[in-house]
Design a binder for this molecule. Structure first.
Ligand SMILES: Cc1cc2nc3c(=O)[nH]c(=O)nc-3n(C[C@H](O)[C@H](O)[C@H](O)COP(=O)(O)OP(=O)(O)OC[C@H]3O[C@@H](n4cnc5c(N)ncnc54)[C@H](O)[C@@H]3O)c2cc1C
Length: 354
């Protein structure tokens, strides 16, 4: 259908559905106020910029504490806007090892951010001064509210067409990105993927997979066969001075998929001990007691996290054991890390528990 509401039809030999994902929009009163933005698109970003240009935004409330919400928090704080964050789950960053999550939360609080995990927003009201965000037992004043509580796959077209849906209602695709109709492909945030650790279907809406899947569909449609291995769920984000990253499974996810997970957390340095500018880096590595396999890793620190997680991701793609990973020949020079890279120290320590 066009923007004017006119219907049109295109015949096809092969069809690609690449409808992405949509921001989850809560349905409490006040969600459609002009100063409230459910963030997803560039258009939403432009709306926020326009509000900021008015120079009357001194306080913002962000609903949600995922990576998009946290990145928004950093950006707004950088503009000297006071930020409060609120979400229903009392556990801050639940996928992260608890002590690591606490460290990140403390970083936010040290920067003056109000972190209210365990609070459900019931309504937003307009007041003489701006906005009031009402939770049960908590009221927060704001000039602007941003909602970033997650996304959901845009799979309605596929569902209407009778195509098979998968985890989180994403569109089920095989390794060639074919849906349950062999002439229809799906790629990107709307579609599922195989997880390289579990071998099972998963839905992890991130940019690399979306892009890679698009290229693979183009190859397949043009007769050059392309198959994708899957995803490890590798992700990184920055909040203030902290880089936080993950790849693979955490303990809870590993248990769900029948592994016998053991985790071990180590603290090391981002550069050689005597090198200026070195800072603490935390690595939590998870292995399977039954097989010795490396299952996942989470990392946080002020320096050197983003590139380190990638080495672990490569190991996960190759189904390596923790011992095999501990034997890898990773680089060393004082400006870049200690002699034993923090990920190797994590593996050496985890082996003792497996
Ligand atoms: C604020 C933000 C920050 C992000 N940061 C990162 C990051 O740092 N790292 C990372 O890996 N990922 C990040 N992501 C995720 C990343 O942007 C997505 O994984 C990626 O854009 C998905 O690409 P896509 O083409 O599948 O979907 P999209 O980019 O969402 O594109 C889908 C397109 O389909 C259109 N569409 C939907 N339904 C229909 C329909 N019925 N008819 C016609 N058109 C339709 C939409 O309008 C849209 O243009 C971020 C996402 C957001 C929102």
């Amino acid at each position: 259908m066009t923007e004017e509401g006119d219907r049109f039809e295109f015949p096809y030999d092969k069809l690609l559905i690449a409808t992405g994902s949509a921001a989850v929009k809560p349905d409490f009163a006040g969600i459609d106020l002009p100063e409230v933005t459910v963030l997803k698109s560039l258009e939403d970003g432009r709306k926020i910029k326009t509000l900021l240009k008015s120079n009357r935004i001194k306080k913002a409330v962000i609903i949600g504490m995922g990576y998009i919400a946290l990145e928004m928090c950093e950006s707004l704080a950088g503009l000297n806007i006071a930020v409060d964050m609120v979400k229903p789950n009392p556990i801050f960053l639940p996928w992260l090892e608890p002590s690591m999550a606490r460290t990140v939360k403390e970083e936010l609080e040290a920067k003056g951010v109000g972190v209210y995990a365990g609070q459900t927003v019931e309504r937003i009201e307009k007041t003489a001064d701006g906005l009031q965000v009402n939770c049960r037992g908590l009221t927060l004043a704001a000039d602007m509210v941003i909602v970033g509580i997650g996304v959901t796959p845009c799979s309605q077209i596929a569902e209407n067409a009778g195509l098979e849906l998968s985890t989180s209602k994403s569109i089920a695709v095989d390794r060639k990105l074919r849906t349950s109709d062999e002439n229809i492909y799906a790629a990107g945030d709307c579609a599922d993927a195989y997880h390289v650790v579990t071998g099972e279907k998963t839905w992890i809406p991130l940019a690399l997979r979306a892009n890679r899947a698009g290229w693979a569909v183009a190859d397949n449609v043009c007769g050059k066969e392309a198959q994708l291995d899957g995803v490890a769920g590798t992700a990184v984000f920055r909040v203030f001075d902290f880089e936080v990253a993950r790849t693979g499974l955490n303990v809870v996810e590993a248990q769900k998929f029948g592994f016998d997970p053991v985790q071990n957390m180590i603290q090391s340095r981002s550069k050689a001990h005597a090198h200026p500018g070195n800072s603490t880096i935390w690595v939590n590595m998870i292995g399977d007691k039954k097989s010795g396999r490396l299952l996942g890793t989470q990392m946080a620190g002020k320096d050197g996290v983003a590139h380190r997680i990638n080495a672990v991701a490569v190991a996960l793609h190759n189904q390596m054991t923790v011992r095999q990973f501990s034997q890898t020949d990773l680089s060393y020079a004082p400006p870049f890390g200690p002699t034993w890279d923090p990920t190797l120290i994590a593996a050496n320590q985890l082996i003792k528990k497996l």
